[in-house]
Design a protein around this ligand. Structure first.
Ligand code: ADP
Length: 254
């Protein structure tokens, strides 16, 4: 199996308290990993460390052959060159809980923006590709609209379309449905399910346990910055071994 992402003994602290403590996991090509756990357990911090808005305190993150950390000197992490970090960042697509669309750009422009600005793609080609992706995601008749005139579900689908446009090797989603009204959750989960069936490599932080069970190949349960349990959905969700996992699942199924 071709490995895309490797997180190695990741440590991230805020003011001397651990947000993420010695977390290690791998993601292979075509695999869907779901990360679950109560609020404050470090799930988003892991995604932010991989996607680089946050600096890590120790450990390493590897995407394909590229390593975020060049060396550790006197217990301090020395990051690799900007070129390598930028390349790694381009391999990662991020879908946020709060959509993060540009409010002053139309849906179509939101999707073409990264293609023309970052990938330096020809404008016409980018437009064509964006239209195809938006059509596939069910937003063909919304392309000229601005984010504020869309429902939350439509905004999140537009944001997924924007992520797909840059063809990342791995897509990260941070609770993609938790900002949505309950009746809009389904349309976004359907899109994510479709991506999983296309064998896209994804890491999804979610509170939707049933959904995680349906689409994930593997589940990681986190508590207090650490991985408590990891395995297939059957192992972690149906037959949890650890007390903390059992308690968490009891809360979420009641
Ligand atoms: P989760 O995504 O599981 O809800 P987070 O990764 O957001 O958890 O947070 C993990 C811990 O790190 C929490 O205790 C949180 O308060 C803390 N934390 C997260 N971001 C910051 C920050 N920017 N500054 C200080 N503490 C933070």
């Amino acid at each position: 199996m071709e490995q895309i992402l490797k997180v190695d003994n990741l440590v991230k602290k805020y003011n001397d308290s651990y947000a993420v403590k010695n977390v290690s996991f791998k993601v292979n090509k075509g695999e869907v990993l779901a990360i679950i756990g109560s609020s404050g357990s470090g799930k988003s911090t892991i995604l932010r460390c991989i996607n680089q808005p946050e600096k890590i305190d120790s450990g390493n993150i590897t995407i394909n052959e590229d390593s975020m950390v060049k060396e550790i000197k006197k217990e301090k992490v020395i990051y690799n060159s900007k070129d390598i970090l930028n390349k790694m960042n381009l391999e990662c697509g991020m879908v946020f809980q709060s959509f993060n669309l540009f409010p002053h750009l139309s849906v179509l422009q939101n999707v073409t923006e990264a293609m023309t600005q970052v990938l330096k793609m020809d404008f016409k080609e980018a437009n064509k590709k964006a239209l195809k992706i938006l059509t596939d995601i069910g937003l063909k008749n919304k392309v000229e609209q601005y984010p504020c005139s869309l429902s939350g579900g439509e905004q999140q689908r537009a944001s997924i379309a924007r992520t797909l446009a840059i063809e990342p090797q791995i897509i990260f989603m941070d609770e993609p449905t938790s900002a949505l009204d309950p009746e809009l959750v389904g349309e976004v989960l359907k899109v994510v399910k479709e991506l999983a069936s296309q064998k896209r490599t994804m890491v999804i932080v979610t509170h939707e346990i049933q959904f995680a069970k349906e689409i994930a190949d593997r589940i990681i349960f986190m508590s207090k910055g650490e991985i408590v349990e990891e395995g297939t959905p059957e192992e972690v969700l149906d037959n949890p071994k650890k007390k903390r996992t059992k308690e968490f699942l009891k809360r979420y199924s009641s």
